[in-house]
Design a protein around this ligand. Structure first.
Ligand SMILES: [Zn+2]
Length: 281
């Protein structure tokens, strides 16, 4: 059985403090200067309130919102409901989601449809190794984006998870239900790269460091992303804030290193992203 977040998310998760960076006046991803839009450093659908006006062109915004949307839809469903994430694809948005059930002890697993509001979601975070660039001895094996370990918790925007499961079993008159979730690790790495990079630009200024991850963000070129993106092997204690985001000092070279912990209040894994380096621009 999956460990669950014992409170309903609505009562449990704090809001992120709003922060607005000065407008950049050009797309921080491709450099274009027209048709600029507002960028959220952490997706709005995850409760992100760090804003970057005029910092992304429409084309790049389409790319970043695509991978963010994939992550949010599949890995963080209840948060989307919790924060009322606006959907540009309202028409395609299902009101009901498929839930795996076993009707009797001897029957095979099958699927039934459950309303989103009552859906037992799983929140998923992949574990990685430390970014190779930061390792003292970066010898293989390094798993990087090929995650085979996950932090998984059951969650619902408005129910206590365990009670929700019991209630659903009774309501549906079934023997058992099995919550499921899909992991999209490539899109998740793109999202981490985007959060890390846009945060570093906000904090340090556009053009003040050589960015490493633009091909990864814009073209999903992430074959060597284990060099740049990694996580802590052991979890840290839950924090009081919704998310944690900071520039971290590193003695390795002159790397710009960003520490990212999404939903840190839930005790989630900590990620490190080497977004670029100082000195050579
Ligand atoms: Zn752009």
């Amino acid at each position: 059985m999956v460990e669950s977040i014992s409170h309903s998310l609505k009562r449990f998760l704090p809001a992120q403090q709003k922060k607005v960076y000065p407008p950049v006046g050009r797309c921080i991803y491709c450099g274009k200067i027209d048709d600029l839009t507002l960028e959220h450093v952490i997706p709005f659908g995850l409760g992100g309130k760090i804003e970057f006006p005029d910092a992304s062109c429409r084309e790049c915004a389409k790319i970043t919102s695509n991978f963010e949307h994939t992550c949010l839809r599949t890995m963080y469903g209840p948060l989307r409901l919790l924060y009322g994430m606006p959907s540009r694809r309202k028409k395609n948005r299902p009101n009901k989601l498929p839930l795996k059930i076993k009707k009797t002890v001897s029957e095979e697993w099958s699927y039934t449809e459950i309303e989103q509001e009552k859906y037992p979601f799983l929140i998923l975070f992949p574990y990685f190794t430390e970014p190779k660039l930061l390792m003292k001895d970066p010898a293989p094996p390094c798993r990087g984006a090929v995650a085979d370990r996950f932090w998984i918790r059951g969650a619902s925007p408005s129910f206590v998870f365990k009670q929700l499961l019991e209630q659903l079993v009774t309501e549906l008159g079934v023997y058992s239900i099995m919550p499921e979730a899909k992991a999209h690790v490539v899109e998740f790495c793109q999202m981490l790269a985007k959060i890390g990079y846009s945060f570093a630009v906000g904090e340090l200024g556009y053009g003040n460091f050589e960015p490493f991850l633009l091909p990864g963000i814009l073209k999903a070129e992430l074959s060597d992303c284990d060099s740049f993106i990694g996580s802590k092997v052991s979890d840290e204690a839950p924090s009081e804030s919704l998310h944690e985001l900071s520039i971290v000092e590193t003695d390795k070279s002159n790397y710009v290193l960003v520490r990212i912990r999404l939903l840190s209040k839930l005790g989630t894994p900590t990620y490190f992203v080497v977004v670029g380096r100082f000195g050579i621009v």
